[in-house]
Design a binder for this molecule. Structure first.
Ligand SMILES: O=P(O)(O)OC[C@H]1O[C@H](O)[C@H](O)[C@@H](O)[C@@H]1O
Length: 458
């Protein structure tokens, strides 16, 4: 049984993710594409993982035999680049072979439709149906196999979109052995920055860790920043759709990066509506309201943010590390987010830490946190049952103003704080998220919800 999770189908290589299961998935996709289009081109990209290029060949071969033209790159590419290529080539869609930031033993299959953002559930539901029913496409005259070669176009587009200028400074780039190698280096050296790079070769084992830009995994970047006396460190996850931005030893959370980006867009005259997922910081709401803009709240998943971006939001993002802006593809792009961080420093002429302080002074300070708790399938069932009947009027002594079930269960409190519990769609964990005006308060909120919801089960 194939299931598309929060972001595509993923599995352990050789156990679930095999050539045979990939063929089955691709046959279903080809049948889906034949249902929707008479002809067209499909972009097939792949990351640096074990066998990724061979998996991509398998996908390409089936699509070609189903009568579609296929664009295939000569080496690994970032996920946002595939989205960019779909847009540029007016392709009918794309496939990205990647397991993003998962451990090395995983690989994955992500379908990106013609609108160049993550597939929405109506599409993945139909795909699952076709795949699990063993659908096969009709054999057609073989399509054309073409080389995907839009790196320069993508780089030029990012240069224009970010509006970077010639600047000075030292930057360390850390693609974490992933598919984003070369892009940041190219843009920044072209603009006169001194760039040094670490972990910039293919290692399907990711140096024994995970290609995820988190504090623990970014120790080598922090070390390199110190050694090079660099102003900034810029990291990417395994397929470069997520970012890691570091000044000194400080890694900015995705919430902070979203706040900084929104502030920059507003102050540079590019303000507008903002889209965020339910657990993402409400400071964005305060900023939007203060400037006469709207907030679009969505369930977790960049597919929903992508939709809001297509409908006119100027910024869309999520606390898990996704960001894109108007004028770009509605897919999260870590390379774009990293370059925007450089632009923000350039624009405000100060370090990001100081820009963030200015934002807090203007709109109010807030602290966010997410705690993850591993559960067994039985525990998950029990917690979900408990959540469905839970009614809280007060949390940590504060009145609940609003309760919402857009995704999981969210309680918004009188002071503007919130707590949210939901089951992850990508890992066997429950996530408890919160935001409050002080760290002490945040602690109280998260602990109380942990006790009430997970307490006796875990
Ligand atoms: O909290 P989860 O359901 O595990 O999802 C966490 C994240 O997973 C993937 O990376 C998706 O692309 C994101 O859109 C999502 O936010």
């Amino acid at each position: 049984m194939i299931k598309f999770g929060t972001d595509g189908w993923r599995g352990i290589i050789a156990k679930d993710f095999t050539f045979a299961s990939l063929e089955k998935v691709t046959l279903g996709l080809a049948a889906y594409l034949q249902e929707k289009y008479r002809a067209g081109a499909v972009v097939v990209g792949y990351d640096c993982r074990f066998l990724s290029e061979h998996f991509a060949e398998t996908v390409a071969e089936i699509l070609l035999k189903s009568g579609f033209d296929v664009y295939l790159p000569e080496k690994f590419v970032p996920t946002p680049y595939v989205a960019f290529a779909i847009n540029k080539l007016k392709a009918i869609g794309g496939v990205m072979l990647t397991a993003s930031h998962n451990p090395p033993e995983y690989n994955g299959f992500k379908f990106i439709p013609d609108y160049a953002g993550p597939a929405l559930p109506d599409i993945t539901d139909r795909l699952e149906q076709l795949i699990n029913a063993g659908a096969v496409p009709s054999l057609k005259e073989k399509g054309k196999k073409l080389t995907l070669n839009l790196e320069s176009a993508y780089v030029d587009h990012l240069k224009k979109l970010t509006g970077l200028n010639y600047g000075q400074g030292t930057v360390v780039v850390d693609p974490m052995y992933g598919a984003g190698q070369g892009y940041l280096e190219k843009v920044l050296t072209d603009f006169g920055y001194t760039v040094s790079t670490i972990r910039n070769y293919r290692d399907p084992l990711f140096g024994g860790s995970m290609p995820e830009p988190k504090q623990k995994e970014l120790k080598p970047l922090v070390e390199a920043i110190k050694n090079k006396k660099a102003d900034l460190g810029l990291a990417l996850d395994g397929d470069a759709d997520r970012f890691g931005i570091v000044e000194g030893e400080r890694l900015f959370t995705a919430n902070e990066v979203l706040i900084l980006t929104y502030h920059y867009l507003i102050e540079s005259g590019r303000g507008g509506d903002v889209a965020r997922t339910v657990p993402t910081t409400h400071l964005l709401d305060k900023m939007a309201r203060a400037n006469g803009f709207n907030v679009i709240e969505t369930p977790v998943g960049f597919k929903y943010i992508g939709k809001a971006l297509r409908e006119g939001a100027v910024l869309g993002g999520e606390e898990s590390g996704g960001l894109s802006i108007a004028g770009h593809v509605p897919e999260k792009d870590g390379i774009l987010a990293d370059l925007l961080a450089v632009k923000i420093r350039e624009f405000f002429k100060k370090p990001l830490t100081e820009v963030l302080e200015d934002v807090y002074t203007r709109y109010g300070r807030s602290y966010t946190r997410r705690d993850d708790y591993r559960t067994t399938p039985e525990q998950k069932e029990e917690i979900l049952k408990r959540l469905s009947s839970l009614k809280l009027t007060e949390i940590a002594g504060e009145k609940v103003l609003r309760e919402s079930r857009v995704d999981g269960m969210k309680w918004e409190l009188a002071s503007g704080s919130f707590v949210l519990v939901r089951a992850s769609g990508t890992e066997p964990v429950f996530r408890i998220y919160g935001e409050a005006e002080s760290e002490e308060k945040l602690d109280l909120l998260l602990n109380e919800i942990k006790m009430v919801v997970l307490g006796t089960v875990l």
